[in-house]
Design a protein. Structure first.
Length: 300
């Protein structure tokens, strides 16, 4: 019996796009990824071929009936428009987070995918790391008293990557996945243009009214790292639990999940929970941006 094959195209060949091309050309044996076949890639720059993968035009990618799915690895700013084009062309879509830079756009695109009966899958490799899986086990069943997640990293071009609550949505996703739904109580942002420095501080409350803080800090020469301090009734967790190295790369794990969705092997419950989480995080990112961009309140 011929197994179902899905022709795919990779759009954008930065670090993620190149990883996608590599993984599509070398699927894990006997994994759902074996049902994906790379047709080519689309880029604004001219490459010719990359490891036997052919460069094709955007028009061809949209028109070609043998291409059933697009992997979108462009800069954040263009995710929304690219998703829309491929959904309109009747293709399934995998997109790197954040799927859009506004909550409204994300809800609209999700609705469009559902109307067209297409899979819209948002990559969340931050939930697939061994470090995170161990952390989640460690936190499970404990009562939070208060917590902080502090991220530092190099400078991003905001014109391309969007407001930090969107470009850093991986951190927000962690907090929601670990502690359930959150409410923003306040958010501020400090920017030093001359130093190319930015620090966003967000205060949340859990459903049980416990405080959580997220700090997203970027500047020249800042090492990419996450620091945690989660205090529970049973004690505080200040370091990540030891985690083994995974034998399967993160993009490959994500690609397998997308292929499972295309094959109808993911339960309705899982899909619904994931949809809620993704859209909820984007809604919160927008609330955070609004708080940060409010003109300073002046009290007389």
């Amino acid at each position: 019996q011929m197994s179902k094959m899905f022709g795919t195209v990779v759009v954008g060949v930065g670090i993620a796009g190149l990883a996608r091309i590599r993984d599509l050309m070398n699927p894990m044996p006997s994994s759902p990824s074996e049902h994906l076949k790379l047709f080519g890639f689309v880029s604004r720059r001219s490459f010719g071929d990359i490891n036997e993968a052919k460069q094709i035009s955007l028009e061809d990618a949209l028109r070609n009936k043998d291409i059933h799915a697009a992997f979108i690895s462009t800069e954040n700013r263009s995710h929304e428009e690219t998703i829309r084009m491929f959904l309109e062309a009747g293709k399934h879509v995998l997109v790197e987070y954040p799927m859009a830079l506004s909550a409204k756009a994300a809800h609209d695109l999700w609705e469009m995918a559902e109307q067209k009966g297409k899979v819209l899958h948002v990559e969340h490799i931050e939930l697939l790391t061994e470090e995170y899986k161990q952390l989640k086990k460690e936190v499970a069943g404990k009562d939070l008293v208060k917590g902080t997640l502090h991220f530092t990293g190099h400078v991003l071009d905001e014109n391309k990557s969007g407001f930090p609550a969107f470009s850093g949505i991986a951190r927000l996703t962690w907090l929601i996945d670990l502690f359930g739904d959150l409410t923003v109580t306040s958010a501020t942002r400090e920017k030093q243009k001359d130093k190319n420095y930015s620090r966003m501080t967000v205060h949340f409350q859990t459903a049980n009214k416990k405080p959580l803080t997220w700090i997203e800090e970027r500047g020249p020469g800042m090492r990419r790292e996450k620091k945690i301090n989660f205090c529970f009734t049973s004690g505080c967790l200040e370091n990540f639990p030891e985690a083994p190295r995974s034998s399967v790369g993160l993009f490959m794990q994500d690609q397998n999940l997308f292929a499972k969705k295309l094959l109808g092997q993911v339960s309705k419950e899982e899909l619904a929970a994931e949809k809620w989480r993704i859209l909820r995080c984007l809604d919160l990112a927008e609330v955070i941006q609004q708080y940060c961009e409010e003109p300073e309140k002046i009290y007389s």
